[in-house]
Design a protein around this ligand. Structure first.
Ligand code: PRP
Length: 204
C-alpha cells in the first residue's frame, strides 16, 4: 500500500482534497479525531499526517513513499528525494521583512530572525552582508516587533500578518508552492503508481 505524507495545517485540507478527487477518498480522515494514520476507503493508499516541515524527513527515509511539501522547506533542508510535480497550491513568497521605516546600518551585522537559516544565509552571503541569525520556529514577526531582530526572512502569503503588525516586505528572495515529492527507492523500484498519481494530480 502506497504511503502518502500529508502536511497538517493550512495546506493540509487542500492537499487531501486533491487526493480525494483523483480517486483516494478517506471518510475517516474527515472525522474529528486525533488519529495520525488513515487507510483510504478503497484500501489502495494510506495517509500519514505530519508536521509540514517533517514531510521531507518521512519521505527521505522511506517511512512514506510520497508526500507534499512547500518548496520553501525543500530549499531550506535540501532533502535527497525526487521533486515530481508543482501542485500550484500554497503559493507564497519568501521575503525579507521588517518594521515600516527600518533603515539598515551596513556597519553592523544585520540581525535576522527566521525559521529558514540556510535560505537566509545563502541570500545574505550572495550580497556579502554580514548577519547574525536568530533561529525561531514560529510567529517570526514578533522578533522585529520586540527589537530582537532587525528583519525577518519568512514566507508571506496574503501579507496580512505583516500588515497587522506594522511590518512590510523589503526584498523578495524566492517563490514557493506545494510540491509532490517521492522517496527515491520507492520511485525507482515501483514508480508506476506514483507516476499515475502524479499524472492525475497534474491533470486537475
Ligand atoms: C506563516 C508565516 C507567516 C504567515 C504569513 O506562519 O511564518 O507568519 O504564515 O501568512 P500571511 O502572509 O497570509 O499572513 P504560519 O501561519 O505557518 O505559522 P507560524 O508562525 O507558526 O510559522
Amino acid at each position: 500500500m502506497l504511503k502518502i505524507a500529508l502536511p497538517k495545517g493550512r495546506m493540509g485540507d487542500k492537499v487531501y482534497a486533491m487526493f480525494e478527487s483523483i480517486g483516494y477518498p478517506c471518510r475517516e480522515i474527515k472525522e474529528d479525531n486525533r488519529k495520525l494514520v488513515f487507510r483510504s476507503d478503497n484500501g489502495e493508499v494510506s495517509y500519514v499526517l505530519v508536521k509540514p516541515s517533517d514531510v521531507t524527513v518521512y519521505v527521505e527515509r522511506g517511512a512514506a513513499d510520497i508526500g507534499v511539501v512547500g518548496k520553501d522547506v525543500m530549499l531550506e533542508t535540501r532533502p535527497d528525494v525526487y521533486e515530481i510535480l508543482d501542485l500550484n497550491i500554497g503559493k507564497c513568497r519568501i521575503a525579507v521583512a521588517g518594521k515600516v521605516g527600518f533603515k539598515d546600518d551596513p556597519s553592523l551585522a544585520l540581525r535576522v530572525a527566521t525559521k529558514y537559516p540556510h535560505i537566509a544565509k545563502k541570500y545574505y552571503d550572495s550580497l556579502g552582508r554580514k548577519i547574525d541569525i536568530i533561529e525561531l520556529h514560529g510567529s517570526i514577526e514578533l522578533a522585529p516587533i520586540l527589537d530582537m531582530s532587525d528583519v525577518i526572512v519568512d514566507i508571506v502569503e496574503t501579507g496580512a500578518t505583516l500588515k497587522e503588525n506594522d511590518l512590510c516586505v523589503y526584498s523578495v528572495i524566492g517563490e514557493s508552492s506545494a510540491r509532490l515529492i517521492a522517496n527515491k527507492s520507492a520511485y525507482n523500484l515501483g514508480g508506476d503508481m506514483i507516476r499515475s498519481i502524479a499524472a492525475k494530480l497534474e491533470a486537475l
